[in-house]
Design a protein around this ligand. Structure first.
Ligand code: HXC
Length: 286
């Protein structure tokens, strides 16, 4: 077993738990989502990652495919989550090439730091459109395939061993909106919408075997989010305000993902799993 694997996912997970399954991920070339997908691929899944930048998305797909011998990872660039028809087409391509969609990660997001008086109506709309509408479009386009997968794999909680899991959604959110966060009015509103969507999908689609949950990462080291949103010269000091005394790792987000997508997460639905070292319980968020 190459040690490198455990940089991406903990050794508590069994190899092959996602064999013959497919994960569809928007924002899949980004630092957090690519790690989530890579962990799933390490554990047996094939994947389809969606992005706006063709070169970045295709290169990331090739890179993720090296995680496991024989893995198939499709990189679909030039897909804007704000365009519903583009997502429908991407989902169709994914199923044609890889056979199914069993898991969805709605991870595409837009962000920048700005006070409200410097955010144009179009800038606000861009973030809401990418985060909220984009997540909704993603679930809408993939739902028929997820329902099909859930029919095949949903469990009554007693059957052992199971045939694995399917029909599961994870939205990638944030903790910004648990309090008021300066310079983040646009994203706070958007992520609150994403959380609400996850709950509605859970109760509406749960009877069909779908689970819909949220992962809310705190500050995660070496990610685009942290690079964009925090000053490098204050990171060490700000890490010490987190109960865990450090920034998180992408592996810790991947482990949360595997938990929710695996049999371990069978009875978790409509929940937000905060992975932030306890940060949001302190007075300062981010
Ligand atoms: C104010 C800004 C701005 C800034 C762009 N705009 N950057 N306004 N401050 N820093 C404005 C533009 O002027 C324009 O408004 C409007 O936003 C749309 O910008 P475009 O570039 O035309 O649109 P688009 O290409 O769609 O860009 C969307 C974006 C951009 C969200 C603005 O930042 C983006 O594409 N981001 C994607 C990548 C990303 O952000 N990843 C970070 C994920 S990290 P006008 O009025 O001039 O037309 C993350 C972590 C969240 O999400 C949680 C943190 C803890």
């Amino acid at each position: 077993m190459p040690l490198e694997k455990y940089q991406y996912v903990s050794n508590v997970w069994r190899d092959g738990i996602f064999d013959n399954k497919v994960v569809f991920c928007t924002g899949g070339a980004g630092s957090i989502c690519s790690a989530q997908v890579r962990a799933m691929v390490h554990l047996g899944a094939n994947a389809c990652i969606i992005g706006r930048n063709v070169e970045k998305t295709e290169n990331m797909a090739k890179d993720i495919a090296t995680a496991r011998k024989g893995a198939k990872v499709l990189g679909l660039g030039a897909v804007d989550v704000r365009k519903p028809e583009a997502l429908v087409e991407a989902a169709e391509k994914c199923v044609k090439e890889l056979g199914s969609i069993d898991f969805v990660i709605a991870g595409a997001a837009g962000n920048f730091l700005a006070p409200m008086d410097q955010i144009s109506a179009n800038a606000m709309k861009s973030v809401i459109d990418i985060d909220v509408l984009g997540s909704w479009n993603t679930v809408k386009a993939t739902l028929p395939y997820l329902i099909e997968s859930a029919k095949k794999y949903s469990t009554d909680g007693r059957t052992e061993p199971t045939k694995g899991t399917g029909g599961r959604i994870i939205f990638v959110s944030a903790t910004l909106h648990y309090g008021g966060t300066p310079l983040q009015s646009h994203v706070s509103v958007a992520k609150a919408g994403v959380d609400a969507m996850a709950m509605s999908v859970a109760i509406e689609q749960g009877p069909k075997g779908i689970t819909s949950n949220v992962i809310a990462p705190g500050p995660i080291a070496d990610t685009e989010g942290v690079a964009r949103l925090s000053r490098s010269d204050t990171r060490e000091k700000s890490a010490k305000t987190i109960p865990s005394q450090r920034y998180g790792t992408v592996k810790e987000i991947s482990d949360a993902t595997v938990y929710l997508f695996s049999d371990s997460g069978n009875y978790v639905n409509g929940e937000v799993l905060v992975v932030d070292g306890g940060q949001w319980h302190t007075s300062g968020v981010q």
